[in-house]
Design a protein around this ligand. Structure first.
Ligand code: AMP
Length: 520
């Protein structure tokens, strides 16, 4: 039996974390080499040495030109759209993310004393196809078999729900992290965790609150000294970390002071929680709108929510707790450790994925205790029912408007696996091919959606206009979309490589690009 060891990885915008399931079947955090339970997602390039974590973060002020942070905001972009250059080499967002994962993997191996082979990596629920695929690629580049990519709120829900599977309840997961905001409504019933609706903002998180403080201090500095301290990278980084510290202080204290030095001059600003809350009101309003949107999408009233689960470091802010009180009349707020729940949930999902693999292949890769622990009372597996976070559609021709439009085949928030069939007529007579354009997105305009692929079927000659073309979309649990087109007995099928990452030969080539770096 080939032994495998899986971890759950929370690849966060500001912090990352790893967790595993211990021999007693309990999810546990894996501390890093610095004995911390979470690792700052900050990379320092120092020649061929790469340092990830607190050491890199602590150097970000002294050596800002050697630092990369907030990579997660760039994941999914091509090398042309985003890259960073160090030592004459160009790194993509995937490669930079892979360096963070390499650090987590190496530290976990040291701590557990065994090689890590597999991982489940978490992503924000509304990550699109390119962002998910890039995350898988990052894991592969770090030398891991990526069992699955799961949504962060799903992971948090798993960590929260594991010992509550007997209680039927509807839970609203509010996850405000360093760079992203996710909300999810889920139902726990009969050993099943079912996602009902999800929404979020890719570019809303702790950094936006920090930036408000950064800009306030910079403006005051400019007013007093006629100089913008943000134009200097070092000063900017310094001010960013002071702002973050001030924000965290304001979660427990009513006032704080920020002192900033630059070019031999300094400025001191007193900031009260009340002022801070006023100047970040627009950000809280954004969160509120998204919460209301997801409730609308779920067609649910707040009194149907049994619990609000707060996740993400930013949910420690009193203004977030006040927002929840404002939204729901009598909320029962439950918390998981916001820094750890996502990684713990990913570790649980890793075991569930491997259990599923065992049933398919018949090969045992897990210990008996773990298997026992993760089966529900009826002997079946704990089930997680996820939903699609984007609509999968097909581009059709509108006869009346004389333009193309997107017809939704599998709508956003459909339970996975999903199957949809539809029949369409050919757009004109004597068409030789039916070319189906497959897209992802919520708009009815093809230009506003992301193209995923094409399925092309040959048609017999002399077909009249409106001849039927059968279209099937099948979206399986591994988030692979299969599209089949059938017309006049001819059939064609494509698998859209959603979330499958790189092919084995491509991984080898890409990994060699990182092989001359040592990561610590
Ligand atoms: P996460 O991505 O979930 O690790 O969230 C990290 C974000 O939470 C960062 O923006 C932190 O500054 C922020 N954060 C952590 N602790 C607190 C706190 N006590 N008060 C306010 N913000 C916090």
């Amino acid at each position: 039996m080939a032994t495998r060891k899986a971890v759950g990885l929370d690849l966060g915008t500001t912090f990352s974390a790893a967790a595993h399931i211990d021999p007693y079947g309990k999810p546990q955090m894996i501390p890093n080499a610095e004995s911390e339970r979470i690792t700052p997602s900050v990379i320092l390039f120092d020649g061929t040495n790469v340092v990830v974590g607190s050491v890199a973060k602590n150097n970000s002020v002294a050596e800002p030109e050697k630092i990369v942070d907030f990579v997660k905001r760039e994941v999914g972009k091509s090398k042309e759209q985003f890259h960073r250059e160090f030592g004459g080499k160009i790194y993509s967002a995937e490669e930079l993310s892979a360096l963070i994962i390499k650090k987590l993997k190496a530290d976990a191996e040291k701590y557990l004393g065994e090689p890590i082979t597999d991982a489940v990596i978490t992503v924000p629920a509304y990550f699109n196809d390119a962002e998910r695929t890039a995350t898988i690629t990052a894991g592969q580049l770090a030398g891991l078999n990526v069992l699955q990519i799961i949504n962060e709120p799903t992971a948090a829900a798993l960590a929260y729900g594991l010992d509550k599977l007997d209680e039927d309840q509807t839970v609203f997961v509010f996850d405000l992290g360093g760079g992203t905001f996710d909300v999810t409504i889920m139902r726990i019933h009969e050993h099943t965790i079912e996602m009902i609706a999800t929404n979020g903002d890719h570019r809303l998180g702790g950094k936006d609150w920090d930036d408000v403080i950064v800009n306030k201090v910079a403006q005051e500095f400019d007013k007093q000294h006629g100089e913008n301290p943000l134009l200097d990278l070092q000063s900017y980084q310094d001010l960013q970390s002071r702002a973050l510290a001030a924000k965290i202080q304001l979660s427990s204290r009513k006032r704080t002071a920020i002192v900033h030095h630059h070019n031999g001059k300094s400025v001191k600003i007193e900031l009260t929680r009340e002022e801070f809350e006023k100047s970040t009101r627009h950000l809280v309003e954004k969160c509120k709108t998204i919460c209301e949107m997801v409730m609308q999408e779920a067609k649910m009233k707040w009194d149907k929510i049994d619990k609000v689960l707060l996740v993400g470091g930013m949910s420690r802010m009193p203004m977030v707790q006040a927002l929840i009180l404002d939204l729901t009349p009598s909320p029962i707020i439950d918390t998981v450790n916001p820094d750890e729940a996502v990684a713990l949930g990913a570790a649980i999902q890793a075991i569930l994925s491997m259990l599923r693999e065992e049933t398919v292949t018949g090969e045992k890769v897990l210990g008996d205790d773990t298997r026992q622990q993760f089966s529900s009372r009826e002997g079946g597996l704990i089930q997680v029912i996820d939903i699609t976070s984007h609509t999968l559609g097909v581009v059709l021709w509108d006869e009346k408007q004389l333009q193309e439009y997107v017809f939704p085949m599998i709508r956003k928030m459909t339970s996975i696996p999903a199957l949809a069939k539809n029949s369409f007529g050919t757009a004109s007579a004597n068409m030789q091919h039916a070319v189906v354009k497959i897209v992802e997105g919520e708009s009815s305009l093809p230009a506003e959606c992301t193209p995923l692929g094409i399925c092309d079927v040959k048609l017999p000659p002399f077909l009249p206009k409106g001849s039927p073309v059968e279209l099937t979309y099948e979206y399986n649990a591994n988030q692979v979309l299969e599209v089949a087109v059938e017309a006049c007995g001819n059939r064609s099928k494509v698998s859209i490589g959603r979330n499958t990452g790189l092919a084995p030969e491509e991984i080898d080539a890409a990994m060699s690009g990182l092989s001359d770096l040592t990561v610590a």
